[in-house]
Design a protein around this ligand. Structure first.
Ligand SMILES: [Zn+2]
Length: 181
C-alpha cells in the first residue's frame, strides 16, 4: 500500500474515532498510531486496555469508519474497505447482544457519537498526522483540552516534555512552560 498524505489523514481520523470512543467509554486508550505496519502494510492501530460492554464495543468498532467519512464524505468507498475487520467485530458484538444482525441503526448511533465528540476527534487526528503516534495519556489530555479543562494544555506539555515528545502545531510548548521546568 502506497502511503499518501491523503491516506495518512484518513487513517488519522479513523484511529482517532476508535481512540475517543475508548476514552469516552472508559475502556482507556493505550496507544494510537498511524505508522505503517511492517507485516501487512496497513496504516493505523489503536489499542484499548479494557474491552467494555458489547454495546460500547460496538460503537468503538464503528467509530473509526464514522470519523473517517465525517472528515471526508468522498472517502466512503475506501473507508468501507478499510473497515472490513471493524465491521466483522461489530457483528460479533451484535450476536453477543442477541439482537438482529443489522448494523445500520448502529452506524447511525455511532455517527451521532462522532459528531458529539468531533472537537476531540479532530484534535487527536491533527496531532496524529504530525507526530504519527500518541500514548494513551496524551490522548486523554487532548480530550480534556477539547472539553475545556483549564490546566489540560499545560499538563499535556509537561507530559510530553517528560516522555521526550515534542509539541505540535496546535499545542506548541510556550516559552513560559519551558522556563518553569
Ligand atoms: Zn478500525
Amino acid at each position: 500500500m502506497r502511503v499518501t498524505k491523503q491516506s495518512l489523514q484518513a487513517s488519522a481520523y479513523h484511529e482517532a474515532g476508535h481512540a475517543i470512543a475508548d476514552v469516552r467509554f472508559e475502556c482507556i486508550c493505550d496507544r494510537v498510531t498511524i505508522v505503517q505496519c511492517q507485516e501487512d502494510g496497513t496504516l493505523g492501530r489503536e489499542r484499548s486496555v479494557y474491552g467494555g460492554d458489547a454495546e460500547h464495543r460496538l460503537i468503538a468498532c464503528l467509530a473509526g469508519y464514522a470519523a473517517e467519512i465525517e472528515h471526508d464524505p468522498r472517502s466512503e468507498p475506501q473507508a468501507k474497505l478499510g473497515a472490513t475487520d471493524d465491521f466483522d467485530k461489530a457483528r460479533g458484538c451484535l450476536r453477543e447482544l442477541g439482537v438482529k444482525c443489522l448494523l445500520a441503526p448502529w452506524h447511525k448511533k455511532t455517527r451521532q457519537f462522532v459528531r458529539d465528540n468531533w472537537r476531540a476527534i479532530d484534535m487527536v487526528a491533527r496531532d496524529l498526522v504530525e507526530v504519527k503516534t500518541l500514548d494513551g495519556y496524551e490522548v486523554e489530555l487532548i480530550v480534556n483540552i477539547a472539553d475545556g479543562e483549564p490546566d489540560a494544555i499545560e499538563a499535556l506539555a509537561n507530559h510530553r516534555l517528560m516522555i521526550g515528545h515534542s509539541g505540535t502545531r496546535q499545542f506548541p510548548f510556550t516559552v513560559m512552560q519551558l522556563s518553569e521546568e
